[in-house]
Design a protein around this ligand. Structure first.
Ligand SMILES: NC(=O)c1ccc[n+]([C@@H]2O[C@H](COP(=O)([O-])OP(=O)(O)OC[C@H]3O[C@@H](n4cnc5c(N)ncnc54)[C@H](OP(=O)(O)O)[C@@H]3O)[C@@H](O)[C@H]2O)c1
Length: 243
């Protein structure tokens, strides 16, 4: 259960993040936090990450069918097109996957920067996941550069959105947050796995947590493994009853 990250080569680390075989579809969430629980520093999460966190971050991206991310994180963290390196594309081909995962941006208002490279230079046509009551003119604009999934009113119905993703063959979902999206999918009881890097840093007061929004009931998770690297703890929690 406890391993040194440096002792794991690419195949071993990749195997360690295989989803439970009996449990596809699967919703995995990935975050990095400071040791005192901050989700960002000056609005950005990059200061909390580093090469060890990024090793796992890239493997999680490589393994997924779709990367689900909130519009807030896309705006603040400057999301780029989801284009994997050649060795990761080769791994996906060897495992019967298409070359690149699909990027899916979650937005209530669908007020997105549609001329950004994330949309215009994507290797795979992105998705916009939004409520059925988003302004029709914004939905029409989004449909020019992305496939649009509309479900729910006043916000996305995430259970139905996951069902619609599955119907497109997108069963392995990686969610990179942010906190409001994580809060919603936790409240809806949809989270199968949380990968959390605890970074050996103190951010002090002021920053939010990895989750935000209305409170929800307490849920138990099982610790699947702990990796250590240079003071970072890379924790993998899965729901207790996978499959
Ligand atoms: N440490 C980490 O690993 C990590 C990871 C991700 C993000 N972050 C940090 O988190 C901060 C951003 O936080 P955030 O909570 O604003 O990010 P977020 O959850 O990615 O984005 C919030 C936005 O997502 C959309 N959204 C949320 N719930 C929705 C629902 N039910 N239906 C439809 N759309 C919904 C809305 O977009 P619209 O406004 O377009 O309607 C909302 O404004 C940044 O500072 C970032 O650096 C850190």
């Amino acid at each position: 259960m406890y391993r040194e990250l440096d002792a794991l080569d690419f195949p071993a680390l990749t195997d360690l993040y295989a989803p439970p075989v009996t449990a596809a579809p699967w919703l995995r969430v990935n975050f990095v936090s400071s040791a005192d629980g901050a989700v960002e520093v000056d609005g950005d999460s990059q200061a909390l990450s580093g090469p060890d966190d990024m090793r796992v971050f890239k493997i999680l991206r490589m393994r997924c069918d779709v990367l689900l991310v909130g519009a807030g994180t896309v705006r603040t963290d400057g999301y780029r097109p989801l284009r994997l390196s050649a060795d990761r594309v080769a791994w996906r081909r060897d495992h019967g996957l298409c070359d690149h995962p699909v990027m899916a941006v979650v937005s209530r208002g669908a007020d997105l920067k549609l001329d950004a490279p994330l949309f215009t230079d994507a290797p795979v046509r992105p998705l916009v996941v939004t409520g059925a009551d988003a302004p029709p003119e914004r939905l029409a604009a989004a449909a020019e550069v992305a496939d649009v999934i509309s479900t729910g009113t006043g916000g996305v119905d995430f259970a139905d959105a996951l069902r619609l993703l599955r119907s497109r063959g997108l069963a392995q979902v990686l969610c990179e947050g942010g906190p409001h999206v994580f809060g919603e999918i936790t409240a809806a009881g949809l989270v199968d796995e949380l990968c959390l890097t605890l970074s050996p840093k103190l951010a002090g007061a002021g920053s939010g947590r990895i989750t935000a929004g209305p409170p929800s009931s307490l849920r138990s998770m099982r610790l699947a493994h702990v990796l250590h690297a240079n003071g970072n703890l890379l924790l993998r929690y899965v729901r207790p009853d996978p499959g």
